[in-house]
Design a protein around this ligand. Sequence first.
Ligand code: UDP
Length: 479
Amino acid sequence: APSTARPHVVLLASPDAGHLIPLCELARRLVEHHGFAATVVTFHVLSERQVLPSGLPASVAIAALPGVQTDDLPAEALRGTVLVETVRRSLPSLRTLLRSIGSTTPIAALVPDFLCSTALPLAAELGVPAYIFFTSNVALLYLMHRVVELHEGATPGEYRDLPDPLEMPGALSLRRADLPDGYRSNKEPVYARLLAAGRRHRLADGFLANTFSEMEPATVEAFMQVADRGSFPPVFPVGPLVRLNSEEEAAAGASPLIEWLDRQPTKSVVYVSFGSGGALSVEQTAELAAGLEASGHRFLWVVRMPSLDGRSHSFGAGANGDDPLSWLPEGFAQRTEGRGVAVSGWAPQVRVLSHPATAAFVSHCGWNSTLESAVAGVPMVAWPLHTEQRMNALLVEESLGVAMRPRAREDDGVVGREEVAAAVKELMEGENGRAVRRRAEELQQAAARALRPEGSSRRALEDVAARWRAALIRERHSR
Ligand code: UDP
């Protein structure tokens, strides 16, 4: 149990694995490197997705708040809306929890995941610093900030479109189609919510972002200038916050997939996964299968239920008994036996990426997957599906040069089998592929440097820790 003498950091988690995992990793580092105690608070929303494959780090406490009613929200309410509302309705029990923690140890800071930012006023009420944990890159944070700027002086209810193309720091030019869902038009249902969240963000004392300066140098720099002008809280790049391979191993033990990888030659396997929520159409699934087959390379493919309604994500599980593997082409398993493995649903990704047999990653470019790939030095075939993934794909392909990008067909948006096979072969064997592979190794070294005791991310978190300690001392003196 955390020592009672240590100042306490309370972190608020939103339920997706992609948020909870890095938040827990942040909590662990605050305890193990910076001398705090930490409690991760979870909300009972969509709790079936509160998955932490390797369990919580032993040094971190967890507190689950009691459930709240959200039945009155319209059935078609967006997931984010339900979550934001759940956090808002949980504020009374959160206040009680914070008071009880605060009665035994000083609270150093409140750290809500950015989807939990409706809890910010509580930090002000209790007089503790509030630092938002931003699970994505600072490019997305920059976009949120731009939207708020765009609406300075706007009348309530007036929504303005971002320019097309949008020029981002680092000469990254975003066409409208590359903008994350929700930002493409002021008429999209979430646009107003994103603007409101962006405005709320200004109440924070700072941001902890899951990125590192070598990954997004120009945007990190741009935020320093913005913070100097005082128009936005300071942003601290403290990543990459990814699970440790050793921890995964200890938690999971033997895995048939890892045993299969153990039997493959070094750098021979293409890992294929679209994250915890990505879904391909039935036709796209078939083209990907045929492309992997035609590439002639070894592969490990995490197959999820195809989407039957044209959407590129499916956060719910399939109906009971549905097997995603039954959607693969006739005879696929037999024809690729011995060199390809297709698994249903989930793989221990951090272990797979850091395995010596893994050579490349066909990825949806979810930010956690992108960071895990960077940490493991594995080059990518960038295959974005939804949310900010198109922007992430541009970042890894154009700015960082650690990915190849297969092109979708103009008419139906499907990535054809020849295109899949060509991208995989180029990345594994080609001249351009060699350059991409080399840059992935360089990025891996940069990620490792960022996390060393003198590295940029470690120093950024220590800077934040020092601010928290100083605030505690000021507090004590003012009492
Ligand atoms: N993940 C995993 N096994 C899988 C799929 C996902 O371990 O089969 C983990 C992955 O390592 C990452 C997270 O789940 O940490 C997914 O986060 P990401 O931001 O990449 O994508 P999202 O699932 O949020 O779209």
